[in-house]
Design a protein around this ligand. Structure first.
Ligand code: CS2
Length: 490
């Protein structure tokens, strides 16, 4: 019997779901929370939590406590559903799967003590994170000691608000209780994500307790990882599809393409879940993988986001169906980025680029360019500027690589002039730079380059400045026609 749509997804509606809907293949009540995840957003729920879903059928000790650091929205949506939610796997047909691996959801701003209690629980042996680039509070390679959350947490480290603050306080409690530390596994799109997080945690810990910093350095590990799966944001159309398929309501389903990859450095300090048995690759060559993915998938994504939005295109698949954008992005990947990707062993950059282009073309995925455009000030450096730096060092051309960077500037300018706020932690600074632009490349590019956290140290390189100015000038008034012409010529 199918549950009526007025009902909500929960353990009591689970048994009545149609047979086509996959559901937990293990006894949820017998699982124990062994993972705390900071940043329980759609990406985590569509990616790592699904690997853990498979893992729980093999080993019941790794259920997840999902923590939202800033909002209570996920808790409010999932608590009435006992943590259950639907994953829609998009392809020629859509497979609905109810995921049960998130056993608890906490909103840290209101439940800080409960988060710290979880972090210091002996059963918890792994902390994973998807807090996006800005959540690391970095300035270049180091912790930004002037960041408001870090300043606050250094003053009151026992009641933190930042991810780094929580990690350190959790580790302090464990040390004091005689417990081993947890493995800290970053799952964000940052080059050397584990290394960056380790440095940030140690820099923070050193400032409050040097002994603690030494203990963390000596005992805790911070494996690097590379995560990949295209995950369009949830919208009402998805909620509707899920309600139709399940016969009951799910307040916050998630969706993603079928393709998924998770490569993790094999460096666990407190037990390693057998993730390799559920599709995760353990590797010691992670640095090559994360760079290749950031440069050959995320950078072209950002290029499409800014240049495509200027052309009034809405989704990645639509951009790929627009010949001038599709052929530009392919040249960008194959001719300008691939030569700057130092390949891991056995890795074929051209084949990898081809597979990514195929994924971008997938018409079953409505991945909005404006979603990818979020947080440009954080994404541009890790996605594009590293490639430009390497190309300059190797004496390779950078003109084409500068076009998406100029596209971002023009996008910011357009939004600022239209009075539309940007989803970006640097919104205020960007809007004031964008609103003061004149349309003259020299002055405008100079103003953008003064955004130190984005462009230093590259802004001091005369070759970069000149190429960026030309790219900005070539985009002209950034009207759809002007952008189209610029792309055709690039
Ligand atoms: C995208 C990524 O929104 C974005 O910035 O580039 O979320 C991308 O879809 C994923 O990294 C794919 O693994």
């Amino acid at each position: 019997m199918t549950a009526p749509a007025s009902q909500r997804l929960s353990s009591s509606t689970l048994a009545g779901l149609p047979g086509t809907v996959l559901r937990p293949a293990y006894d949820r009540d017998a699982t124990r929370i062994g993972i705390v995840h900071l940043g329980v957003g759609a990406f985590h729920r569509a990616h790592q939590a699904v690997y853990v879903e498979d893992l729980l059928a093999l080993d019941a000790r790794w259920a997840i406590c999902g923590v939202s650091l800033n909002s209570r929205d996920v808790r409010e949506a999932l608590q009435p559903q006992e943590g259950l939610y639907t994953l829609a796997l998009l392809g020629e047909t859509t497979q609905m799967r109810v995921i049960g691996s998130v056993r608890e959801v906490l909103a840290a701003r209101e439940q800080g003590d409960a988060v710290l209690a979880r972090l210091s629980h002996p059963d918890v042996r792994l902390v994973t994170l998807t807090i996006t680039e800005k959540g690391y509070c970095l300035k270049g390679e180091h912790l930004d000691l002037a960041h408001a959350d870090i300043v606050r947490d250094l003053t009151t480290p026992r009641s933190p608000v930042s991810a780094v603050g929580y990690l350190v306080e959790g580790l302090r409690r464990r040390r004091d209780a005689g417990l081993p530390p947890y493995t800290v596994l970053s799952c964000d799109n940052l080059p050397d994500n584990g290394g960056k997080l380790r440095r940030a945690v140690l820099q923070f810990a050193e400032r409050i307790d040097e002994e603690l910093a030494l203990w963390i350095a000596g005992h805790a590990t911070f494996p690097r990882s590379m995560v990949d799966s295209i995950t369009p944001a949830t919208d009402d159309a998805l909620r509707e599809r899920v309600a139709q398929a399940l016969g009951c309501a799910d307040a916050w389903p998630v969706q993603r393409e079928r393709y998924t990859q998770w490569v993790v450095e094999d460096a666990f300090c407190n037990g390693r879940p057998p993730l390799d048995r559920v599709g995760v690759t353990f590797s010691d060559e992670i640095a090559g993988y994360d760079k290749a993915k950031l440069r050959l998938l995320n950078a072209p994504h950002s290029a499409l986001a800014y240049l495509g939005s200027l052309m009034n295109v809405e989704t990645v698949a639509q951009a790929m169906a627009t010949p001038v954008l599709a052929s530009f992005v392919e040249r960008l990947m194959r001719d300008s980025i691939a030569p700057n990707v130092a390949a891991p062993r056995g890795f074929d950059a051209q084949r990898y680029a081809g597979a990514i282009l195929e994924r971008f073309r997938n018409p079953a995925i409505q991945h909005r360019l404006l979603q990818i455009a979020w947080d440009g000030s954080q994404k541009i450096p890790v996605r594009l500027l590293g490639t430009i730096t390497d190309a300059l060092a190797a004496g390779r051309p950078i003109d084409r690589l500068c076009l998406p960077v100029a596209g971002w500037m023009q996008f910011v300018r357009r939004q600022a002039n239209a009075g539309v706020a940007l989803v970006d932690p640097l919104n205020d600074a960007l809007v004031s730079v964008g609103a003061a632009t004149t349309g003259y490349a020299d002055a405008d590019v100079r103003a953008f380059l003064s955004l130190e956290s984005v462009f230093a140290p590259l802004s001091g390189d005369a070759r970069f400045v000149a190429a960026l100015r030309s790219a900005y000038a070539v985009l002209g008034d950034a009207s759809p026609d002007a952008v189209e012409q610029a792309l055709a010529d690039a």
